[in-house]
Design a protein around this ligand. Sequence first.
Ligand SMILES: C[S@@+](CC[C@H](N)C(=O)[O-])C[C@H]1O[C@@H](n2cnc3c(N)ncnc32)[C@H](O)[C@@H]1O
Length: 364
Amino acid sequence: MAADDAGTESHGQLADRFNAYFTGALTMNLVYIGDQLGLYGALKKLGKATSADLAESCLLGERWVREWLYQQASAKLLETDAEAKLFWMTEAQQDVLANEDGHDGSPHFLGGVAQQVVSISPALPKIMEAFRTGMGLKYDDYGPGLAVGVRRELNVWVRHSMLATFCKIPGLKDSLEVGVMVADIGCGCGEGLLTLAQAFPKSTFHGYDTSAHALAEAKQRLQEMGVTNAVFINPDEAPLPNEGRYDFMYTVDAVHDMAHPDQVLRGIRGCLREGARYLICDVNSRDSPAENIKEMPGVAAAAYGISTHVCLSSGLSEEGGMGLGTMGLTEPVVRRLAFDAGFGKFQKLHDFGRPDMNYFLLEA
Ligand SMILES: C[S@@+](CC[C@H](N)C(=O)[O-])C[C@H]1O[C@@H](n2cnc3c(N)ncnc32)[C@H](O)[C@@H]1O
């Protein structure tokens, strides 16, 4: 439905759409339950199963598992037979709900999205308070679940596409192979940085993030993976150095979350070597909210939704915060931030990586 049609919608049509949102909210909670209790993984292993089979394999109460199966089959996230006795998953359902990592890890996995939705719900009273005071919440105010949910969502791209995407930047792969200094600003749980560090052992990688929860995850992953050419740093404790140290810097899905992206970009410019590059990967949005709402209402409803819960909140979590919001890092905004920070060259990269992301390459 185009935004212009909204005025002509009947009560019935509006109620149908409202009910779809109601069902969607409940379904996200039940996907989270299935994900955390291992129900999807177990059903995939069992193939076709009754509620008793699945309950037994997960050591759960059969009646609860049966009701969950009825809901998931109604929501078409699982399949069932004519009597609703046997349940199973198609290949696509396995990819989206069960195949997170390992040899069958899928680029379509979405379990991390449900974890994010559920982990932000307990913060609703604080978010309502933010509407009153104007001051938003920091990432850590949501607890460790949000950092893990973000990691699980973005990891899908990291595992399946990130290296190939970055290696499209002319000359980058060669210099990483020779050995250079790289920094990821807003690295979250660090999976992207660790992936690069493993692929390019002669280079050195520094991951900066202000979230203690994310950094704790990142440091644990670093140990598990046995990576020795990466470190993680909280810039609130050890700010970016005021000297040309790095040969390549990048930020994935985090500039729009920053309260003071202008200051951060100035800091990045200050610690890049002359001629070095900074890649910004951020949410693809049109140049104005009106265009977002009109041209991609489905994407915009989700993006402004996550923004009000998390991204805008993070961007307003410090005094004088810019509060860009999830869809606020438009090309004109990046151009202005880059120019003000003293970058000499600015380029928007087209047909570069994920279509839901914009890629901007800045040169010091
Ligand atoms: C959506 S997450 C993206 C994380 C990571 N880039 C990834 O791909 O998984 C945004 C991150 O930006 C971090 N962040 C927000 N403001 C920051 C700042 N001023 N400096 C560094 N990190 C910041 C948050 O703590 C959060 O981990």
